[in-house]
Design a protein around this ligand. Structure first.
Ligand code: NDP
Length: 340
């Protein structure tokens, strides 16, 4: 069994990666910006696993060199999951780039120096599907790269993911040669939340179920379950052929209104809160004047981004569950946690 470092251990995806690594018998160390979150992390992981769990937590921030050498010391593998994923729009489009890109390089350099076998990095479909304008391939595959310079079809977040993943590949193909890298590119991650501290993607469900969206904006996304995303991370760590490869971890494209329909059918008690009908695009754009975070949705309006998960299925033996299961189990976890 291996020793594995998981960065950003307190996050949504990282929690599931840690859970699956522990279930597979691996030893896990985590990083967090503040180790004071250790007891809470143990509590959350224990509640999810239904048995006592303890994870060693060490301090490291993507924006600083401090702590990374100690964090990777003695590790066989690194799961680099941490990256800023804010629910709000940063003031400047480059605000997320430095922690995402420089943080990834800090992790990779420390891993290389410590003799780590392989790093699995969480990138995103954001590094594949954006900046194409009207020339977007259908389906998108791992061969495709987003163009972060087309600002009309990017957010600060999508730019940060593309630039960080590119920098990671440049590093292992150059100065860092010899260090194995595999990258997972998830689409919108739903599925069960472990705690009240929910990721931005889970807010798709919380917004719908708390009545915050009277009508669905005409936006959609490819849905994937957090348990399947974690499974892809664990598989990419040890499947020999995964080294040097990126993998789209994604299910089918769904409009927000379709997600609302799945929820309406499964949770009739929330029927009054769920949006009915679609919000006109002009109205959403007007609403960004009083609610700037909605600006994140503008590049998505009316856009379909379809992607293929053939490579993950064929090379990793990855078999994701249905999008409906991911939506329903995600919603149920939010009800159980009394978030909605
Ligand atoms: P969370 O917000 O739950 O997790 C993000 C994690 O990154 C947190 O643990 C956070 O730590 C950490 N982090 C952020 N900034 C820093 C920093 N400067 N230094 C150290 N750690 C930092 O989101 P997710 O679990 O959803 O996201 C995890 C990864 O998955 C990210 O790389 C994200 O881009 C990627 N991803 C997510 C998708 C989704 O739909 N959820 C889709 C595709 C990719 P802290 O607790 O200290 O804030």
């Amino acid at each position: 069994m291996a020793k594995v470092l998981v960065t950003g251990a307190t996050g949504f995806i990282a929690g599931h990666v840690i859970h699956q690594l522990l279930e597979a018998g691996h030893e896990v160390r985590g990083t967090a910006r503040s180790v004071s979150r250790g007891p809470q992390l143990d509590q959350v992981l224990s509640a999810y696993a239904g048995k006592p769990v303890h994870v060693e937590l060490v301090a490291a921030d993507l924006s600083s060199d401090d702590g990374w050498a100690a964090a990777v010391a003695g590790m066989d593998y690194v799961q680099h999951v941490a990256s800023p994923f804010p629910a709000t729009v940063p003031k400047h489009p480059d605000e997320l780039v430095a922690p995402a890109r420089d943080g990834a390089l800090r992790v990779l350099k420390a891993a290389k120096a410590a003799g780590v076998k392989r790093v699995v990095m969480t990138s995103s479909m954001a590094a594949i599907a954006y900046g194409w304008g009207d020339k977007r391939p259908n389906p998108l595959t791992e061969e495709h790269w987003s163009n972060p310079d087309n600002l009309a079809d990017n957010t600060a977040y999508t730019r940060s993911k593309t630039i960080a993943e590119k920098a990671a590949w440049d590093y292992v193909n150059g100065e860092g040669k010899g260090l194995e890298l595999a990258v997972i590119n998830p689409s919108a991650v739903l599925g069960p939340a472990m705690s009240e501290d929910v990721s931005s993607s889970i807010q798709i469900l919380t917004q719908l179920m708390t009545g915050k969206a009277p009508a669905s904006p005409k936006v959609g996304f490819c849905v994937v379950d957090v348990r399947d995303v974690a499974d892809a991370h664990v598989k990419a760590m040890t499947v020999p052929a995964a080294a040097g490869e990126r993998f789209l971890a994604s299910g089918r494209f769904m409009w927000m209104s379709e997600v609302a329909d799945v929820l309406r059918k499964e949770f009739p008690a929330y029927g009054r809160k769920l949006p009915k009908g679609e919000l006109p695009n002009w109205l959403l754009k007007a609403m960004t004047l009083i609610n700037p975070p909605l600006g994140q949705l503008v590049p998505e309006l009316g856009r379909e981004r379809h992607c293929s998960n053939d490579k993950a299925r064929n090379l990793l033996g990855w078999t994701p569950r249905t999008e409906e299961a991911s939506i329903i189990d995600g919603a149920r976890s939010l009800i159980d946690l009394k978030i909605v």
